[in-house]
Design a protein around this ligand. Structure first.
Ligand SMILES: Cc1cc2nc3c(=O)[nH]c(=O)nc-3n(C[C@H](O)[C@H](O)[C@H](O)COP(=O)(O)OP(=O)(O)OC[C@H]3O[C@@H](n4cnc5c(N)ncnc54)[C@H](O)[C@@H]3O)c2cc1C
Length: 231
């Protein structure tokens, strides 16, 4: 008899396949999720989750905790890690960019402007949208084709960091799916331990599904190095 920890892949596949999700899980076409920008590691996952909502991620996490608890999970942003950080060998990779269609960019103007975005949003798209209001994130990355979740799990460094600190110093609030599948809102004042752990936490303390990011007046002139911003 198999214990939950050594279930054969076919059983894990069919149990994951039976979950009721807004998005979907695929067990084929895992090639892209087997490597990252560094191209040094080739570690195919068992499955890729394409979530449409935080609830999808929560459902899968709860299922894994309940049934197949040694299955590893990794959130994948734009896959620009160099050392396989966004890979899950024979585990589940969560394609965070799938969250986008149902989660748009919401900008709040006022004395302390901010933007609410999906964890799978690219910084280039946030900059494009906020510039329409004369605003921009206070702290960027120099290369902008990276996701919010991917850089907030590290630090997020650019030319503005000397003045405003890295991106993780410019976040008001996060929505997180924890390792147990709970969906938790956190900030400096609310669930602050989780907030501080996830920021710069290398994806080990929870999955960032939404982020509230501090904005400031956009500089009147800037040098754009990122391809496609002027399109
Ligand atoms: C060409 C290039 C240019 C770069 N430029 C800069 C730069 O200017 N400034 C800078 O600071 N860094 C830069 N980096 C480094 C980059 O910020 C990090 O590698 C970043 O983690 C990549 O973001 P990503 O969206 O590709 O994340 P991924 O590589 O997909 O993931 C990175 C890590 O974050 C975790 N993760 C991803 N999404 C989430 C989520 N939603 N919730 C929780 N964890 C998550 C993953 O599991 C993984 O551990 C650059 C890298 C490259 C290759």
């Amino acid at each position: 008899m198999h214990t939950p920890k050594d279930l054969p892949p076919s059983v894990i596949r069919s149990s994951l396949d039976s979950l009721d999700l807004e998005g979907y899980i695929t067990f084929h076409d895992v090639h892209n999720a087997s490597k990252d920008f560094g191209n040094r590691y080739h570690l195919p996952p068992l499955a890729i989750l394409h979530p449409r909502s935080a609830s999808d991620i929560s459902t899968v996490m709860r299922h894994i905790v309940r049934s197949t608890s040694n299955l590893t999970v990794a959130a994948r942003g734009h896959g620009h890690s160099l050392q396989g950080q966004a890979l899950a060998h024979q585990g589940v990779v969560i394609n965070m960019e799938s969250l986008l269609p149902s989660h748009d960019i919401k900008i709040y103007k006022g004395k302390q402007p901010y933007v609410d975005v999906s964890g799978g949003e690219l910084w280039i798209d946030i900059l494009r949208e906020t510039l329409r209001y004369g605003l921009s994130p206070k702290s960027w990355t120099d290369y902008l084709h990276l996701t919010v979740g991917g850089t907030l799990s590290n630090a997020g460094i650019s030319g503005q960091a000397f003045k405003h600190g890295p991106q993780i110093n410019n976040v008001y609030q996060l929505e997180i799916v924890t390792g147990k599948g709970e969906v938790v809102t956190c900030s400096e004042k609310r669930n602050s331990e989780l907030f501080q752990s996830v920021l710069g936490g290398l994806g080990q303390f929870g999955i960032i599904t939404r982020a509230r990011i501090s904005l400031g007046p956009a500089p009147l002139m800037m040098e754009i190095c990122s391809p496609g911003l002027g399109e």
